[in-house]
Design a protein around this ligand. Structure first.
Ligand SMILES: CC(C)(COP(=O)(O)OP(=O)(O)OC[C@H]1O[C@@H](n2cnc3c(N)ncnc32)[C@H](O)[C@@H]1OP(=O)(O)O)[C@@H](O)C(=O)NCCC(=O)NCCS
Length: 172
């Protein structure tokens, strides 16, 4: 299961191979990769990442689209555990002109519909830097609540603590 059947969604669509160049450009943007961490690096090449999206049952990726269908970002469910019915969400709107205009919240809501209704998952969680107030506000609007804090260990995101947030199916 990876590129799931995708029906009536306004803000997300299937990722295409042609989208990858744009994702790489955004991944090289220091402001974006400070907020999200690197998607691609020496151990995760673009083609390997794409292969994983196509074949790995523990992750699923979607494009986030503007009203005209053009790519503005991507959203993934990772670490999918079909046994415990949970997964981690990651999102990045790479085209900064679309920040703060509701697109991210809408994309997350649509992915949650897929996760809970189509994939039968029960809990979606995410990690976000505690100073990323726009993201935390957006996740809150989509139904996530803060459940914990991960103290910065200096490895992934430098010195910033991470907030752990989750949404469970019945509360959604
Ligand atoms: C995080 C992200 C997905 C959110 O999507 P978005 O479309 O920008 O978010 P929305 O417009 O739906 O919601 C943002 C909310 O935060 C609010 N906000 C913006 N800046 C804020 C700030 N500095 N402090 C508090 N709230 C802020 C907005 O007013 C809005 O809330 P409102 O609708 O109540 O007014 C998107 O901004 C993004 O991809 N950013 C770059 C990468 C990133 O941070 N990814 C997340 C890593 S965990």
């Amino acid at each position: 299961m990876v590129l799931a059947p995708i029906g009536n969604y306004r803000r997300i669509r299937r990722l295409n191979y042609d989208d990858l160049n744009t994702l790489v450009c955004w991944d090289n943007d220091p402001e974006i990769n400070r907020l999200t961490g690197r998607k691609f690096h020496e151990n995760v090449h673009v083609d390997g990442w794409w292969e994983a999206i196509l074949r790995d049952r523990s992750r699923i990726g979607f494009a986030i689209a503007a009203d005209d269908g053009s790519l503005i970002g991507d959203v993934e469910l990772e670490q999918i555990s079909w046994r415990t019915k949970e997964a981690e969400l990651r999102i990045a709107i790479g085209d900064k002109q679309f920040w703060g205009r509701g697109f991210g919240t809408e994309a997350v809501r649509e992915v949650l519909r897929i996760a809970f209704d189509a994939m039968n998952l029960e809990r979606i969680y995410l990690r976000v830097q505690e100073d990323n107030l726009r993201a935390i506000r957006s996740y809150g609007k989509a139904g996530f609540r803060k459940v914990g804090r991960l103290i910065a260990n200096g490895r992934l995101t430098g010195a910033v603590d991470l907030v752990l947030m989750e949404v469970v199916r019945d509360s959604h």
